[in-house]
Design a binder for this molecule. Sequence first.
Ligand SMILES: C[S@@+](CC[C@H](N)C(=O)[O-])C[C@H]1O[C@@H](n2cnc3c(N)ncnc32)[C@H](O)[C@@H]1O
Length: 308
Amino acid sequence: MHDEALRTSARAEQRLCERLRLETEQSEALLRAMHAGNAGRQAVVFSPRAPRGYEPPFACADRTSFPWLPTRVRIPESGENPTRYADYAAGLYYVLDLSSCWVGAALSSLPQEPQRSLDMCAAPGGKSMLLAAQVELHDHTANEVNAARRGILRQNAELCGLPNTRIMSLRPDQWGNSGEFFDLILVDAPCSGQSLLCKGVKNPGCLSSSMVRGNAKRQRGILLSAVRCVAPGGHLLYSTCTYDPEENERVVAYIMRRIGGFSACEVPSLAAYRTWLADFPAYRLMPHHGAGAGGFCCLLRRENKEDD
Ligand SMILES: C[S@@+](CC[C@H](N)C(=O)[O-])C[C@H]1O[C@@H](n2cnc3c(N)ncnc32)[C@H](O)[C@@H]1O
């Protein structure tokens, strides 16, 4: 990289650490992880095809270091490639980032199984797979606006046997006007993807203010539509794989302020990851926490008049 580009990049990193209000030690850890690019870690999520009591044909890490890990998720020992087994080709498990599984752990605090669920930004299907690993899918919609990605989503859903699932292609605003209601909506939003850097994936511009601002605007738009489809007493899980508070805590704060009738839920299994950047419960995973490259999640609940 040229000197000027290096300086710009260093300034952007510095700005991110300031926005995250990190202590020196934490800033250093984050920047080390971004430069090393080796914080990514894989997990496998058992699909509905995997029978009860199923165990994968490879050695897995001890679960006790990951108390939030959903029951039907395993972490292959490092160096293991879970895609080289016949069980993978047969759709018995789906390979997903460990950080995505961390996000999915928020679903453990749902008070009851959702009867109708919508995964609004679903491709290639990881969050729908995680949901299916934790609850029975009764009436699930996996939605994806991008046609090519929707094709992959469809293949994955078929291979892994997601039950009672329809694949749809509506834009968020179309959902907002659809008059449909769901007990659970997953919004795993498109984002600047800053955590990709910690996985060694090039993502030019992901730290720039304009990229972050543009994504935050799109996320607010998606959520403003999504909240219209949450049934009274229902939940919405918002997640990203980026660090900037503008795409995370501030998006959620904006929605709660603008819409009303929504509150953020405590997720006891993620208590150790509670964000220091909001006065409501929301959770952030950083690369130095040892559970993959990182992410953010917040579980919102829509009030029900019967609550009173
Ligand atoms: C982070 S990815 C979803 C990953 C997926 N949930 C999973 O776990 O496998 C975000 C998705 O949002 C889609 N997307 C992009 N722009 C969108 C928009 N304006 N509204 C809704 N979805 C959008 C992308 O095509 C992408 O598939």
